[in-house]
Design a protein around this ligand. Sequence first.
Ligand SMILES: O=c1ccn([C@@H]2O[C@H](COP(=O)(O)O)[C@@H](O)[C@H]2O)c(=O)[nH]1
Length: 224
Amino acid sequence: MSNPVYLALDLPQLDAAKALAEKVKGHVGGLKLGLEFFCAHGAHGVHEIAHVGLPIFLDLKLHDIPNTVAGAMQALHVLEPAIVTVHAGGGRAMMEDAKAAAGENCKVVGVTMLTSMDERDLLRTGVSGTPHDHVMRLAELAQDSGLDGIVCSGQEVKAVHKQWKNGFFVVPGLRPAGSAVGDQKRVVTPRAARDDGASVLVIGRPISRAEDPAQAARDIEATL
Ligand SMILES: O=c1ccn([C@@H]2O[C@H](COP(=O)(O)O)[C@@H](O)[C@H]2O)c(=O)[nH]1
């Protein structure tokens, strides 16, 4: 089985991001580039990181009208990402058009409810009910829209996996036992997420901020 860990390269400096990716490349299965990296370094930065030789996950969380999101997906073909995220809250037409416009080998996954939010945060956005119910509702919409899978927390992945057997499930908000939680609220360990059906384990600070990132990545790999 290939390594399901994708390292989130949330670093402002391109050189530092490249150096980190080179250090851990033997112990992770892919590299995730998000808004912080893409806003700072754009397509050039993605090409630079692609030289490391691991699959690239562009976590851009696209959320706009269908025509605009489809145009953005088209523009990403040249970067050959393995995975791209859109917000499931963008609705059915947006997700259908995003998937139709994606490159042939690119998985499109819908972000359901950010792992940094809990039930109280959800209520403040005007949505009553539990994170579980909200994630299940958006997972069904993403599946009906033809997406490959969703992003959810490790607290929901078991239930989603039961409902969507061949779905592709990306799980961030992962913390090895004893590590700092930071701004994440719906957190589980990497092992628990994998056991519950996660396809990809997204891990950032527990590796990138460790004194020895390669050792931290090895330690996580050993728990899986
Ligand atoms: O719901 C979500 C969606 C995306 N993320 C991203 O994952 C990483 C997590 O980083 P850590 O340092 O391990 O907390 C980060 O890039 C987020 O943008 C998420 O955390 N939750």
